[in-house]
Design a protein around this ligand. Sequence first.
Ligand code: GDP
Ligand code: IMO
Ligand code: MG
Length: 425
Amino acid sequence: MQTLAIIGAQWGDEGKGKITDLLAEKCDLVVRYQGGHNAGHTIWVNGVKTVLHVIPSGVLHPHCLSVIGHGVVLEPENFLAELSKIQKVTKVTPDNLKLSSTATVITSYHKLLDAAREVQGPEKIGTTGKGIGPAYEDKVSRRAIKVKDLLDKDTLVRRLSMGYAEKAILFKHLYQIDIPAIESEVERLYAYGQTLKDYVVDTFSLIDQKLSQGKRVLFEGAQGILLDIDYGTYPYVTSSSTAASGIYTGAGCPGKKLEEVIGVAKAYTTRVGEGPFPTELFDDVGAYIQQTGKEIGATTGRKRRCGWLDIPLLRYSVKCSQLTSIALTKLDILSNMNELKICYAYEVNGKIVDCAYPGINLHNAKPLYKDFKPFKDSFDGGKPSAELDTYMSFIQENLGIPVGIYAYGPDRNQVVFRQDYHAGR
Ligand code: GDP
Ligand code: IMO
Ligand code: MG
């Protein structure tokens, strides 16, 4: 296996950070290809917690080269703060961390615009408020600042001026907000550029070169397939290509087919922010999962909405990203429950539907459940109980791909590679 992707198969926060950290041990490069610091990827190693936002989750392995690809949106102040935090935990230098010269920069006004829209509506998305959407909008309208533009003041002034007059008017008249003067924004961004310039390279060439040298590359997804701008539950999505397709546009994997695409899924379902969620639980069971699973966002601290595992959504994710296996996390949270269910299909307008195709109105989907005998595993190194085995077998049979890895705790070691299936190795 030379190329491997780890992608969220639900609405984010599935445990991608943990699985990436785990499999990075056997990889040479870990590459982020989209999203920004809206992501929060948690890793626990021997009781020490690390939360990463744009720095790839292979960073705790000294041999791993961390790459932030050109599809990422980068907020320089946050990046530098994250960098100095992680430098207290492990050695990170321009030798083992590379930032794409053509990644898009998130500026002050992107964050202000994100917040203003969320307050004023008309449709609240429940964004992370980090300026992600507005930054991607500027990229698509060809007005974005790229990381390399931070390194030359004249270019920075020219590029920033392109949208500034328009934005100042928009903010003043529509949102009654004054944005920072262009001069101060130039000085701020240029100063950040000087601090981060040693990390900046052409990451496309770098990945191309490493692949031709036979190095093993892990592409780390952020968010989840159901938040993808094209495949997700629009408009309640993020603004990037979170699915496997984002790897080709956001990092480059030149001429190479991805050999393995692991979809990370929680053993139940969660979602942060607005949008449809057919299996959402509003009762004590939902509250129990939220509390026991400590379902609180790693980036925004918001409570995550919780519900039963949803097979139609996962079937759709398998198709969107050609997932080759599932890494199933948080099984420990379901252990010892009094009831256990999986949604195997929906009833929509009197019809049974087993895949959450985009044509289906998820607001209208009534989940159909299969009851499972609760499992009471303590995950102490023994074999999984027959009940747990039945739960996982149902998932893999219905998705048509194996559950190759399952996790039963936040720590790096709290995982099982199933039978003789060598996921990511
Ligand atoms: P990511 O965004 O996909 O990397 O996931 P997050 O880090 O946002 O959220 C996943 C949360 O679940 C984190 O707090 C992890 O430490 C935790 N976690 C991951 N796998 C497991 C597991 O199997 N069991 C338990 N109890 N916690 C887990
Ligand atoms: P990781 O990588 C969960 C959600 C937000 C909101 C929508 C749009 O940790 O899994 P945005 O700020 O991106 O414009 O918000 O997407 N969202 C996430 N939900 N995990 C994430 O990242 C998310 N990143 C964005 O809550 O509903
Ligand atoms: Mg997260």
